[in-house]
Design a protein. Structure first.
Length: 245
């Protein structure tokens, strides 16, 4: 395809696009003109309707004895009253806002003061509690020291009295034991009758029996009721004892 052909094709496309744009523009222009005409007609219709309504209203007001000037005056007075009320409402609203802001500030100030007072009271209470705890610890230490001292003194007193009782009791026990043994021996040992053996008459002189010291015997047990001496002992000593049944 040559350059001329390409150029012709491009020109054809441009012409087609131009025609399409013209057709679209015509359509848009037609729509705008129609909308403008519709708006104008609606405006005319609305104006005519308003005129008709105004005429009807004037007729009715005229029937009731109210003119248009009176109606305009009533509207103006009503507008003034409404404006005045709006200003008053705005002023009252402004005053209310100021009062609310002032109250918030006062409440914040009071709250801060109250918090400060509470913090101060809490600090004072905390210090008092700490002081009381320190005093209680000191008193407890002093009391514990006094208790330990009293216990130590009681131990010393007890230790000082205890050896004396220990030294005294053995002697008392020894004396009581010795007295009990002596009494028991005295009660259990009876006096014995001694008889000489009769020798037959002879020309020889009888030998003199040898006297010996009797050997002490231990005290008998409580279960033994017979005397410890035997015939053999009496025979050795040259004595004869009569036993009691």
């Amino acid at each position: 395809m040559t350059d001329r052909q390409l150029l012709e094709r491009d020109m054809d496309e441009v012409q087609a696009m131009t025609k399409a744009g013209e057709s679209v523009g015509k359509a848009v222009g037609t729509g705008l003109r129609a909308a403008r005409r519709g708006a104008v007609r609606a405006g005319h219709v609305g104006a005519e309707t308003a005129v008709q309504l105004a005429g009807k209203a004037e007729t009715k007001l005229a029937e009731r004895g109210v003119t248009a000037d009176q109606l305009r005056g009533i509207f103006a007075e009503t507008a003034d009253v409404l404006a005045t009320k709006a200003e008053e409402v705005e002023k009252s609203t402004r005053r209310t806002r100021k009062k609310l802001a002032k109250q918030r500030k006062q409440l914040a100030k009071r709250g801060g003061q109250t918090r400060a007072d509470l913090m101060g009271k809490a600090e004072v209470i905390r210090k008092d509690v700490a002081k009381a705890a320190v005093r209680a610890r000191k008193d407890a230490k002093v009391r514990a020291k006094d208790v330990r001292k009293a216990a130590k003194q009681a131990r010393k007193d007890f230790a000082r009295e205890t050896p004396k009782s220990h030294r005294r009791w053995p002697w008392i026990l020894g004396i009581l034991t010795a007295g009990a043994v002596a009494g028991y021996v005295a009660l259990t040992k009876r006096p014995e009758e001694v008889h000489l053996h009769e020798e037959p008459t002879t020309t020889t002189t009888p030998p003199t029996p040898a006297t010996t010291t009797p050997v002490p015997t231990p005290p008998p047990s409580p279960t033994d009721t017979t005397p410890r001496g035997t015939d053999a002992d009496h025979a050795r000593n040259g004595q004869v004892a009569d036993r009691k049944a």
